[in-house]
Design a protein around this ligand. Structure first.
Ligand code: DX5
Ligand code: ZN
Length: 232
C-alpha cells in the first residue's frame, strides 16, 4: 500500500465530458477527502483497441488545467515510440500494455529516463507469470478487470487472483510498486478488489456518472479502506 496505507482513487476522464475537461478535473480536485489521488487518462489509438480518444496535445492541456498527478493509460501500439513523450510532458505515471511490446523493461526504462513513473498494464486474459521477474523495473502494475477500450463494462472478478499473487510477492519483498485495477470498479466491486490487495482504483462511470464526483471519490476510498482493514 501507499505510505499512508490509504487506498488511492483515480477517476477516469473517459466517463467525463471531453468538452469540459478542466471543469471535470476540478470537480475532484478540492483539498480533502473528495480529492482524487490521480486523474486517469485513457489514451486509445483505434489500433491496439477498437476506440479512439485523445493524445498528447490534450494531455499537455490537462497538465496546465489541474495539479492532480496524471495517470496516463496508453492503450496504443508501439509504446516504445509514443510513451516517453507523455513522461517528458509531465505526466506522473505512464502505463503501457504488456501485449503491445516485446520488451517491456526497455519501454519502462525510457519512461523513467523521461522523468515518469512506469506502469505495465495486463489485459484480463494475459497471464501475470511472465512479468513477475520484471516487477523491479516498473512502478505500477495495472491489472485490467475489463477488456480495454470502453467504460461502463462489467467487472471480471477472476483477475483478482493476479492481484492476490502480486500482493503476496510485494508484501514479502522490498518491492515498492503499486497495484492498480481498472474496469468496472464501483460500490459493488471495490471491496473485493481492496480485499485482494489493490492499492489504486480506477473508476470512470462510478465517479463521473455520479451526481457529485468528489463525493463518489470519498465514498469509494472509504469503502476500500474499510474492506482492506477487515483483512489486514
Ligand atoms: C477502459 C479504460 C478504463 C475505463 C474504466 O478501457 O481503461 O479506464 O475508463 O471505466 P469504468 O470505471 O466505467 O469501467
Ligand atoms: Zn484505463
Amino acid at each position: 500500500m501507499t505510505d499512508a496505507n490509504t487506498p488511492m482513487i483515480a477517476p477516469s476522464i473517459l466517463s467525463a465530458d471531453f468538452a469540459n475537461l478542466a471543469a471535470e478535473s476540478a470537480a475532484v480536485a478540492h483539498p480533502g477527502d473528495t480529492r482524487a489521488d490521480w486523474l486517469h487518462v485513457d489514451v486509445m489509438d483505434a489500433h491496439f483497441v477498437p476506440n479512439l480518444t485523445l493524445g498528447l496535445p490534450v494531455v499537455e492541456s490537462l497538465l496546465k488545467a489541474t495539479d492532480i498527478p496524471l495517470d496516463c493509460h496508453l492503450m496504443i501500439d508501439d509504446p516504445k515510440r509514443w510513451a516517453p513523450p507523455y513522461a517528458e510532458a509531465g505526466a506522473y505515471n505512464v502505463t503501457f500494455h504488456a501485449e503491445a511490446t516485446d520488451d517491456p523493461v526497455d519501454v519502462a526504462r525510457d519512461i523513467r529516463a523521461a522523468g515518469g513513473k512506469a506502469g505495465l498494464a495486463i489485459k484480463p486474459n494475459t497471464p501475470l507469470e511472465p512479468y513477475l521477474e520484471i516487477l523491479r523495473d516498473i512502478d505500477t502494475l495495472l491489472v485490467m478487470s475489463v477488456e480495454p477500450g470502453f467504460g461502463g463494462q462489467k467487472f471480471i472478478a477472476e483477475v483478482l487472483e493476479k492481484v492476490r499473487i502480486v500482493r503476496t510477492i510485494i508484501d514479502s519483498s522490498d518491492l515498492r510498486l503499486l497495484v492498480e485495477i481498472d474496469g468496472g470498479i464501483n460500490a459493488d466491486t471495490i471491496e473485493q478488489a481492496a480485499e485482494a490487495g489493490v492499492d489504486c482504483f480506477v473508476a470512470g462511470s462510478a465517479v463521473y456518472g455520479a451526481e457529485d464526483p468528489g463525493k463518489a471519490v470519498a465514498a469509494l476510498r472509504e469503502q476500500a479502506a474499510a474492506a482492506r482493514a477487515r483483512v489486514d
